[in-house]
Design a protein around this ligand. Sequence first.
Ligand code: SF4
Ligand code: SF4
Length: 587
Amino acid sequence: MKEVLSGNEAIARGAWEAGVRYAAAYPGTPSTEILENIGTRYRDDIYSQWSPNEKVALETAVGASIAGVRALAAMKHVGVNVAADPLFTASYTGVRGGLVLVCADDPNLHSSQNEQDNRNYAKFAKIPLVEPSDSQEAKEFLKIAFEISEQFDTPVLFRTTTRISHSKSIVALGDRADLPRPDHMERDVKKYTMLPAYARPKHPKIEERLQNLRAYGATSPLNRVEMGDRSVGIVASGIAYQYAKEALPNASFLKLGLTYPIPDDLVREFASQVDQLIVVEELDPFLEEQIRLLGIEVAHGKDWFPITGELSPEMVAERLTGQAFDHQPAAEGLPVRPPVLCPGCSHRGVFTVLRKLKVYVSGDIGCYTLGALPPFEALHACLCMGGSITMAHGISKAMGEVTDRKDKTVAVIGDSTFFHSGVTGLMDMIWNGGHSVVMIQDNRITAMTGGQVTPGIGKTLMGADSPAIDIEKLVVTLGVKPENVRVVSAYDLKEIETVLKEELDKPEPSVVITKDPCVLQYRVKNTPMRVDPEACTACGVCLRTSCIALGMVGEGDAKHAEIDPNFCTGCTVCAQVCKFDAIRPQE
Ligand code: SF4
Ligand code: SF4
């Protein structure tokens, strides 16, 4: 049977066919749909869970592997930074059941804070790296990755990019491997306890493992030679292979699926059969450097293909054929659509007030990062998941005692991000005598990645009921004084302002929680608002709430604001900023 699947759907299928019994992830574009599919389509055979962060997801997968089942952890590229600690030591412990870490990179930063090339993690952690080029390979290669993991006693890094994760192609489906569940817990202290005495002898074994993997690469089904015109030999992997093959279908190709360690004998043999070698790859010169280190001449690599951003089929074709590609000019006159908070979003009121108070706002990863853009411009820094609280603490310590309220720092963070790694930051602030205000914008969901549940929801990925972690009680337990924990309505601008001012004036940590849910996920819709054209002075203040339901219509004296009732959720934020009482609920 065949199905059209995205790369992420194919990876989920591959996990099922590989006999995987455990899967964990933290959602992150472009990796999110892997666990969503496992948690829905394959829930009868695979236990799956969202974890509060990527380190936790990988550590639990390591535990499942030690228990003897095949286990998968999935995350986006920056998530591997969070999971790097267990990953590097899992390289030392090795596995019992196969262990694969799926990492989805995001060249060109479609939805990320940086553009790192995670192939480097394989080299750094000294583990094999597998890269599929389409959905069929995503499924098949994942199964081989589990075999490699068990055969070579190592975690495997399975790396995709946005184009592989989200593109759809035909996939031939297979059956699930019938792997028995282990009936006892094997104890092997020396293998799984990385005391220095047990870890030290592992390093030479890992170097030996890499040599064995190098040799395995020469005959692995993951790598293949496609001989054609011998004047050009192209080495490529992943989506770069598809682009190059489309541009020069008759050239010779060394198509690599096991890209670390590179199969040196295979590369040497291929290079000896072609006149010139060209390496086509996105981002870093990962393959090119490995090939050059073998003493093999590379005619073209990063001198032709950029080190930043995504490759495109046109760009690759232009370089490889030397012919200018006939670009279709982009349509002109289309409206510019910068990303904005949804109409009725529970973050809108908060940023309206923060802008008014002129405080320094240390932001985090989530929808609320849009508070940095005009017209709000009320978020001034954003580093990484959980970084808002720790940065705010660092800023406040560096600034010392400040008396002017506007020189104080507010950290804004969402509920999912707070559970991810904000908790430890708040712990740090309390422990080390910080005095910033932390705003936890609890919209009851991981909104930016499409609405995944969080530990605060009371539901698991698989739909089971579970105890909901209470943020108010948690922060009090961490050490925030109960009187400094304030819960406010995200839509009551006066209340937010009053409470923020009170907490900013305190010389100790405070937590302000807004608890209104994501309008998109919870389908919140009240009576839409309307503008009274007679009362409206066209001052434009309401437009500064950046709601796409609002616009200005008419000319001259007839100019006035207008609300599109189809978009408006009746959140009232715009009405609260209108000094002329021109915005009221529709009758
Ligand atoms: S804030 Fe009020 S008066 Fe000003 S444009 Fe908007 S609706 Fe009109
Ligand atoms: S009430 Fe105002 S801010 Fe809220 S959704 Fe409607 S138009 Fe947008």
